[in-house]
Design a protein around this ligand. Structure first.
Ligand code: AR6
Length: 171
């Protein structure tokens, strides 16, 4: 069996000692609030300069930049769906964010990766529903891809951490 781990951490994703962090961005990739703002502040202005060259990112897709002043060498920018009640492909689009980010990570040779709770802040996706999708997609991907050694779910508050721990313990 490969040695792989899924861990739940309460804290700030910009401080994580991993090879790549995932950013919950918007389609412009030019920064914003929440985790996106924190990542841009911590990485420094070179990040925005590289993002300007990428011509945005579609919802459900992911793009790679360097990590600049972050401990992480890489940032995977993904764009989660805005929650509109659940009938506008929100579940599938969120699942795609995780799959595309994981695929980009393995293609780049990244072995340790940290995700925030994509779409559950400003974009309003219900937390438990989003958590189930995140856990399901990461587990399924790790079963097929042995190069990823460690995936962190970085939770910014206790409520989010409790939700991830509950969902991971259930299934
Ligand atoms: N580390 C880890 N998690 C964080 C951090 C941090 N430093 N800061 C916030 N979170 P959000 P979204 C959590 O709103 O819902 C931006 O303006 C936060 O508590 O950052 O995907 C973008 O530019 C929540 O649990 O992302 C987009 O316009 C989670 O990260 C839009 O927000 C996601 O919340 C994207 O909205």
């Amino acid at each position: 069996m490969p040695d792989q781990a899924i861990l739940v951490v309460e804290g700030d994703i910009t401080k994580q000692e991993v090879e790549a962090v995932v950013n919950a961005a918007n389609t412009s990739l030019l920064g914003g609030g929440g985790v996106d703002g924190a990542i841009h502040r911590a990485a420094g202005p070179e990040l925005l300069a590289e993002c300007r060259t990428l011509q945005g990112c579609a919802t459900g897709d992911a793009k790679l930049t360097r990590g600049y002043r972050l401990p992480a060498s890489w940032i995977i920018h993904t764009v989660g769906p805005v929650w509109h009640g659940g009938a506008q492909h929100e579940d599938e689009l969120l699942a795609r964010c995780y799959r595309r980010s994981l695929a980009l990570a393995t293609k780049t040779g990244i072995r340790t990766l940290a995700f925030p709770a994509i779409s559950t802040g400003v974009y309003g996706f219900p937390l438990e529903r989003a958590t189930r999708i995140a856990v399901r997609e990461v587990r399924a991907f790790l079963e097929e891809n042995y190069s990823l050694e460690r995936v962190l779910f970085v939770c910014f508050d206790r409520n989010t951490r409790d939700c991830y721990q509950k969902v991971l313990a259930e299934c």
